[in-house]
Design a protein around this ligand. Sequence first.
Ligand code: SF4
Length: 437
Amino acid sequence: MSGSAPRISFVSLGCPKALVDSERILTHLRAEGYEVARRHDGADVVIVNTCGFLDSAKAESLEAIGSAMAENGKVIVTGCMGAEPEQIRNAFPNVLAITGPQQYESVLDAVHTAVPPAHDPFVDLVPPQGIKLTPRHYAYLKISEGCNNRCTFCIIPKLRGDLVSRPAGDVLREAEKLVKAGVKELLVISQDTSAYGVDLRYAESPWKDRSVRAKFFDLSRELGSLGAWVRLHYVYPYPHVDEVIGLMADRLVLPYLDIPFQHASPSVLRAMRRPAAQEKQLDRIRTWRGICPDLAIRSTFIVGFPGETEEDFEFLLDWLDEAQLDRVGCFKFEPVAGAPANDIALPVPEEVKERRWHRFMQRQQAVSARRLAKRVGRRVPVIIDEANGRVAKGRTQWDAPEIDGTVHLTSRLPMRAGEIVTARIERADAYDLHGTV
Ligand code: SF4
């Protein structure tokens, strides 16, 4: 539209929460008349939104900054790694500015200094729902920032501070705009979704003709009434989660829970200082499956946490057999600079971590395969993520984008991304399903 509009190239690394930050920054810049460039070399400035959670993520972030410096030379760094600017300055003394996570204003200031905005911003270039970096049919919805927990392996509270929840009315307005713009699936994210509103003392805020409390249950129920799939991520097994499972049984919210359990052995959980009385987690899972038998549970675990004994690890494997989780990710413990876990106990040797990781994956693979096999023969709704005529890849309600499995579909009619079809599941392998529409 405007040939002379300043152009920004953007690299977004890290978790879905960082992606939401990237979307916000881009939305602001588009509102001010900036254009988004596809390549670094044609851009007036490059923004790199970094991830600093693990050493491997830091290395990836530094590599991305390096490429941007080489290809363009005018680079602004933001995101989690920006909380430790020395590392970036040491490697790249000539970056234009470094800002930390959620410092939208500082990023915008740095962009304005590097490349002033065009005089007459095309405010209405921006669709009201903002710029989505995710495919149009699903969107991440961030309901809070920061975290009140102090898990010993994590530096997120140090980087992002204590929990700050958005008022329920704000979240609902954003969600409604997204749904009106064609989003079919809302992925609710935060560091601790079940703690939503604690900092606001569950204050009510206006929404349509009523008030809604900033409470996990109330927000989930209202989101569920917007007509899109609602998927809940990063939920901890607190007792008050039970009532939200009722919304899943009523199909207001997808029968899906993403709970980062991280371990099962009581001594490791204590050393990790995990929230929500996790020693009772098997009971909770039983209760939830009683309320909503169709519930899919996904989780992540850490093996090789400092001080983890063979006994702890065996306990975890037995727990996996009992818990029968649907989808599981597993990470080998990596020390994060500044995390108390690093000095809690002697580190587990790398080769032991590696072996435990393989044993863990093998054990869980058998569980996942059994769980998936139970889906065969059912007719279920599938949301299409990628379509190529009469062949498509999609997901059931039990699978989140990017982290879970896929349904490979064939149909007699062409399919479109974003469409929700009913498919008959014909076959399952270890991770994916196959079916026909
Ligand atoms: S719950 Fe624990 S792991 Fe998650 S962000 Fe908070 S402190 Fe970190």
